[in-house]
Each structure stands twice: as structure tokens, then as C-alpha cells.
Write a protein that binds this ligand. Sequence first.
Ligand SMILES: [Zn+2]
Length: 110
Amino acid sequence: MNGEYARLREVLQNRRTELQARLDNIKKDVTQKANADWSEQAQERENDEVMDALGNETVNELQQIYKALERMDDDEYGICTGCGGEVPLARLQVMPYAGLCVNCAEAQGQ
Ligand SMILES: [Zn+2]
């Protein structure tokens, strides 16, 4: 693994830690709301939807990060999971968990 990939691994690991902490906070918040009385819950329903969306987004990104770290362990990081071509370093620097090259990502509408 080259030096730049090692640096990206650190970026991914730091991001993973950050997202997990955020997810823990969201879970805590949801648990507290479940204990609130029903009138409060009605008022906070809108907030819940925002929190759900935030939670889903966080879970999605976490899953991508886990997959990227797995690909690093398997020495498959930087190889497009769509076509087997190279994912350019410039793309990985912007999106370290990218598993697809630009062409494949566009083809899949991502
Ligand atoms: Zn590709």
C-alpha cells in the first residue's frame, strides 16, 4: 500500500469514529424522545423525521467507510468495484470511500 493510501486510511478511520459518535448521539436522542409524554412527542415528530434522515445518512456513509476499509485490508482499495479499473487518486482524495471510478459512478447515477 502506498503512502497516500495509508493517509487515506487514517482519514477513513477518523471519519468512522466521528460518525459513530454522531450515531450514538442520535440514538440517545431517540431514546429520550420515546420516554417523553405523548403531547411532546407530537410536537417533536417533525424533528424526528429530520433525525431519521440524518441517522440514515450517517449509517449509509459508515457502511461505505467500512467497505472501503475492508477493501484496503484485501488490497483492493483504489480498484473500481464496477469495472476493475483504477479509481484515480484525485477522486479518492475527495471521496476516500469511493468504490467506483467516475465512469461507473455516473453509469449508476451516483
Ligand atoms: Zn469503473
